[in-house]
Design a protein around this ligand. Structure first.
Ligand SMILES: N[C@@H](Cc1c[nH]c[nH+]1)C(=O)O
Length: 362
């Protein structure tokens, strides 16, 4: 059988498994409205989407995934509980590695469910595990919700928290901000001079930028306020570092994070959610004692994730993209919900990679 057909047959087989688990099969257009949807993916995908323009419809993009169009479709028809499956190509530019496909098949499963989010998380993970059973893959898990709660729990200004929240997805930038806010990195001399100046405009020369004088003044005022807020405490910095360093089997991670939560109560609910998810996974037969959890995992993927995140990787081929991946995206349903929202979680598998692993042709 030609390779493309074999992949399609594999995709159909997986989709049938997702339908058997209770999902309704849906489709999404290949061309999606970029102006409306592209920002929801975050920086990485925004840079990698194929965007083109259309005189009638404005900017269009080749769908970079199905989750966003499926959420949009679901929220247009109310926000009731539902389960969906889909199968088809997604398109992402590859900038660094020419061997990685820029067009490939995904088969996905999405759950919209109000009650017991940990049960829905476990359902998606266990279902995808069962689809991959027998293949040489290992799983990795994380939880973006714990990082978001940790940022929320810092004793600092709302402005600094917002900056850290935005950069959860850019670990190096996040670290640099933590250093700056804690006073460990020097403030650039030009910034010190600007903030100390009696009249910041005195030696500024003529206005040549696009910002108005009023906007520049507002920015300087915000920077002064930020400086006056004082540094993040050493304790906060250490707690954040301790969280980011958690890399353990799932039960040990729950234990470590519970210890940290004693000193940072802001993460207690999120850690409780992790403990519940761990029990729900075990109840579905997942060997949680062998499952790895990394607090920093998932910080480079879709920026719509805000809770559980996971991926399955070919054991002997660290160079390959994940064979399956997914996560929770509650806030995305609110962003597309026109006032409505419903917690949601899902994941995809790549039938092309599954087949390659099965046949040893990767
Ligand atoms: N859409 C995600 C996978 C996913 C599905 N549901 C949740 N996450 C991706 O393409 O990477």
């Amino acid at each position: 059988m030609p390779e493309g057909m074999a992949k399609r047959a594999e995709a159909a087989r997986v989709r049938a498994m997702f339908e058997a688990a209770g999902a309704l099969a849906v489709e999404a257009a290949v061309l999606q409205p970029a102006e409306l949807l592209l920002d929801l993916y975050g920086e990485d995908i925004r840079a990698r989407a194929y965007v083109t323009s259309d005189a009638l419809r404005g900017e269009q993009m080749l769908r970079p995934d199905f989750t966003v169009p499926v959420v949009q479709m679901h929220m247009q028809h109310g926000a009731e509980p539902a389960r969906y499956t889909y199968s088809g190509e997604v398109f992402r530019r590859q900038e660094d590695d020419g061997n990685r496909a820029n067009e490939y098949l995904q088969v996905g499963y999405e759950i919209f469910e109000r009650d017991a989010p940990h049960e829905a998380d476990a359902e998606v993970f266990a279902l995808i595990s069962s689809v991959l059973r027998g293949l040489p893959v290992r799983a990795a898990t994380g939880d973006i919700g714990i990082l978001m709660a940790a940022v929320e729990g810092l004793s600092t200004t709302e402005r600094r928290k917002a900056a850290l929240r935005r950069h959860i997805w850019r670990p190096r930038r996040f670290r640099a901000l933590m250093e700056r806010f804690s006073g460990r990195a020097d403030v650039p001399a030009s910034r010190v001079a600007l903030l100390a100046a009696e009249d910041a405009f005195a030696e500024a020369g003529p206005a040549i930028g696009l910002r108005t004088r009023h906007e520049v003044e507002a920015r300087i005022a915000a920077l002064r306020k930020d400086e006056a807020a004082g540094p993040l405490s050493q304790g906060d910095v250490e707690l954040m570092e301790a969280i980011l360093a958690v890399q353990e089997t799932l039960p040990n991670a729950v234990e470590q994070l519970s210890d940290i939560a004693v000193d940072m109560p802001a993460i207690a609910d999120a850690v409780d959610g992790l403990a519940k998810r761990t029990r729900a996974l075990a109840a579905r037969g997942v060997d949680v004692a062998q499952l790895s959890f990394e607090a920093s995992y998932g910080r480079a993927s879709m920026e719509y994730y805000d809770g559980f995140v996971f991926g399955f990787y070919a054991e002997a081929r660290a160079d390959l993209p994940p064979v399956a991946s997914g996560g929770r995206y509650d806030a995305l349903t609110r962003q597309l919900g026109q006032g409505a929202e419903i917690p949601a979680v899902g994941g995809v598998v790549r039938p092309g990679l599954m087949l390659g692993l099965k046949e040893g042709t990767l």
